[in-house]
Design a binder for this molecule. Structure first.
Ligand code: S3P
Length: 169
């Protein structure tokens, strides 16, 4: 089956949700976010899931979502949690786009948001900056390796990012 899905991967706070919404506006595609999917499956926030059942439990929910996405979704922009790229079947879901930015660029972007506090609070793995930077450093190369297309988003206009993605898929 030709699925025509676009999967956005990248570090927390890089703007996967924002880019997904802009892509939907500029195309005839649908949108789904893996964190939203998991929250609605569990009927509780990611932060609660991590606090109550731990990260391994959350990763298992990501795995379940990945299988569901592979079998059930087409013509959709899929924005993902920062760790979703590890799913073994990700290549079968659609074209994988890595939204790339430096760690500093990501922190700057979060700080600039009107709901900056909330953006930080809801992300358990972003609570400690040093740890978050370590995680970023272990993931950057992996994101590039998994991606079909790498798109630089740092300091770039949303319209241009959308144009680039739609021109390349
Ligand atoms: C995570 C990123 C989060 C969320 C969870 C774990 C990660 O999503 O899935 O807190 O491992 O990087 P965002 O990338 O949307 O913040």
């Amino acid at each position: 089956m030709k699925k025509n899905n676009i999967i956005l991967i990248g570090f927390m706070g890089v703007g996967k949700g924002t880019v997904a919404r802009a892509l939907v506006k500029a195309s005839n595609m649908y949108a789904i976010d893996t964190d939203d999917l998991i929250e609605s499956l569990e009927n509780r926030a990611i932060k609660k899931i991590f606090a109550t059942d731990g990260e391994a439990y959350f990763r298992n929910l990501e795995k379940k979502s990945a299988l569901w996405l592979e079998n059930s979704v087409e013509n959709t922009i899929i924005s993902t949690g920062g760790g979703f790229y590890k799913q073994e079947n990700i290549q079968n879901i659609g074209t994988i786009i890595y939204l790339k930015s430096s760690f500093e660029g990501i922190l700057k972007r979060i700080k600039k948001a009107s709901n900056a506090k909330n953006k930080l609070k809801k992300r358990p793995l972003l609570q400690n900056k040093k740890e978050a930077l370590k995680l970023y450093n272990t993931r950057v190369l992996e994101y590039e390796r998994v991606a079909n297309i790498v798109v630089d988003v740092e300091n770039r206009n949303l319209e241009l990012i959308v144009k680039e993605i739609l021109g390349k898929v």
